[in-house]
Design a protein around this ligand. Sequence first.
Ligand SMILES: [Zn+2]
Length: 263
Amino acid sequence: MILVMIKKINLSILIIFLLLGTFWAFRIFTKKNTIVSNNSKVTTPDNSNYTPNNTDKFNKKMYSITEPTSLWFVANKHYSLPITYTPNDLIVPSVPLRLASSEQQMHLRTVLQTDLINLFNDAKTTGLQLQLGSGFRSATYQKTLYDGYVNTQGITEADRSSARPGHSEHQTGLALDFTRIDTKCHLDACLADLPEGKWLADNAYKYGFILRYTSDKEQVTGYMFEPWHYRYVGHELALEMHNTGIKTLEEFFDLGPATDYLK
Ligand SMILES: [Zn+2]
């Protein structure tokens, strides 16, 4: 009788452990799937209220670096987007625009709009005159731009300043070129010496943006200094890169230099 009771209790404990195990496995599975989405659905996390916890080790695998919709997608000369990829949440952000709002380049992804507006508002309060110079570009449009540079400068120089179709961060809808409202130093390194370029370099990370092509990292990124080109990666990563002093996505994610296209 006592033996039968013990067996029943053991069986009950086994069932409870099995149920708990299934529950945790399900939680881990669903958590993973909120991070990596498929191409047809954009589900990026809202990390605008992120506050750092110094006791936590930074999780470099929090978001995918190969899923095109991910905030951390790495586009460079080694990693490319599908040629047909277009984000499905493009909008015209409520900030000063260099071109008509109907232009493709005046679009960016919804996920960064709040941070971008805050950045523009704070820059304006500081007395700066910024506008959106260029945002999303399709691979087709990127080809037109790139071919233009090749025709005027040759391939070697073109590859230092313009991405080949599929390799541009602009196609993610998460990268933009800032320019002054008077377009002084538009797409020119001299922007770095103007108050707007300096303020962006010092403050963009507070809004989730990183300066993607810094003056000292051409040997890593394969691109010349572009003080106007910023990439939205969200608050966690922008802050972590700022705090650690790591300037490129290639170095942060240990991807190695991407100075040339893979043959
Ligand atoms: Zn750019």
